[in-house]
Design a protein around this ligand. Structure first.
Ligand code: ADP
Length: 321
């Protein structure tokens, strides 16, 4: 193996840059030529490829986003699109491809490997933490830190006005950001897709808190359940006197300087991706499980199911009484 490529695909996440830096620097350290593919699979099809040097990844470990940009590509979902992508890889002599992205990007990698024999290694990068094979994805920790920073600020003003606040967080169909940020931010109520939603239970808890003399009610809502506005309307129908506001955190959760944890796991995963390619391994997804960097066959990884941490959810309920 002489030349490898790296791309970021799907939703961006803080820490992707740290992973790119690790792939490039570990690749060069091991005598490889490393090429950066811009704009994910679409940039690959369009032949947007640049040579990476040690300095092209200088000064990026602390930056959110991805210097390689990211994109979604409908063309790559077609056989013809993937054939074009394989041709471009061949033209540049790229023998191994590192894909930093979510499970959609990994499905694309699986097809590229199966149809064209491309050596692919996947690194999980998404703030949603919804990839089954890994305990943590790159970007999740930073997104949770951003969310608790917002919760802290909203709590200050909620307490002053003795208000209730709904804070809608991201996570797509998963409730990980809501659960972790809600627990770490001391939220009174956490609403996530993994647990059946019961509006009466939510309102009873708010009423109980008011009787108990609570000065604020922080309700962390995962976007996969409903919007903050919808929940606000449902609560106000039942508790019309409640002073209630809602805030949607939105894309601030996707940006910002990556946390220590995200920088460290991204660096380890990027390094492992290069090692695997040098060991002539292909179609692997890198994960962190029980604090160890591990890798699985892509078919096995994509077939895994994530066990939701219900114990943590139960704990959040006990601690928020
Ligand atoms: P993520 O990787 O964050 O889950 P997406 O699901 O949007 O994000 O996937 C990113 C890109 O990966 C898509 O735009 C598409 O080019 C490619 N992709 C996703 N799913 C598939 C699939 N089933 N087959 C081929 N390519 C796919």
């Amino acid at each position: 193996m002489k030349t490898i490529g790296v791309l970021t695909s799907g939703g961006d996440a803080p820490g992707m840059n740290a992973a790119i830096r690790a792939v490039v620097r570990c690749g060069i350290y091991n005598g490889l030529t490393v090429k950066g593919i811009m704009r994910g699979y679409q940039g690959l099809i369009d032949d947007e490829i640049e040579d990476m040097t040690l300095s092209s990844v200088g000064d990026i470990i602390q930056r959110g986003g991805t210097i390689l940009r990211t994109a979604r590509s409908a063309e790559f979902k077609t056989k013809e699109g993937r054939a074009k992508a394989a041709e471009v890889l061949k033209k540049h002599g790229i023998e191994g491809l590192v894909i930093i992205g979510g499970d959609g990007s990994f499905r694309g990698a699986q097809l590229l490997s199966n149809e064209h024999g491309v050596n692919t290694i996947g690194i999980p990068g998404t703030i949603d933490n919804d990839i089954p094979c890994t305990d943590y994805t790159i970007g999740f920790d930073t997104a949770c830190n951003t969310a608790i920073d917002a919760i802290n600020k909203i709590r200050d003003t909620a307490t002053s006005h003795e208000r209730a606040n709904i804070i809608e967080v991201m996570g797509r169909n998963a409730g990980y950001i809501a659960l972790y940020a809600g627990l770490a931010g001391g939220a009174e109520i956490i609403i996530i897709p993994e647990v059946k939603f019961d509006i009466d239970e939510v309102c009873d808890k708010i009423s109980y808190g008011i009787k108990r003399g609570k000065l604020h009610h922080i309700i962390v809502l995962a976007e996969g359940v409903m919007s903050g506005l919808e929940l606000s309307k449902m609560i106000q129908e039942r508790l019309p006197k409640l002073d209630l506001r809602h805030t949607t955190l939105g894309h601030i959760q996707r940006g910002g300087a990556p946390s220590v944890m995200d920088r460290i796991i991204a660096s380890q995963m990027g390094s492992r991706a290069v090692e695997l390619l040098l060991e002539n391994k292909s179609q692997r997804i890198i994960s962190i499980r029980n604090n160890q960097i591990v890798d699985d066959d892509i078919d096995t990884a994509l077939a895994m199911r994530k066990e939701f941490n219900f114990k943590l959810y139960e704990l959040s309920k006990i601690l928020s009484i």
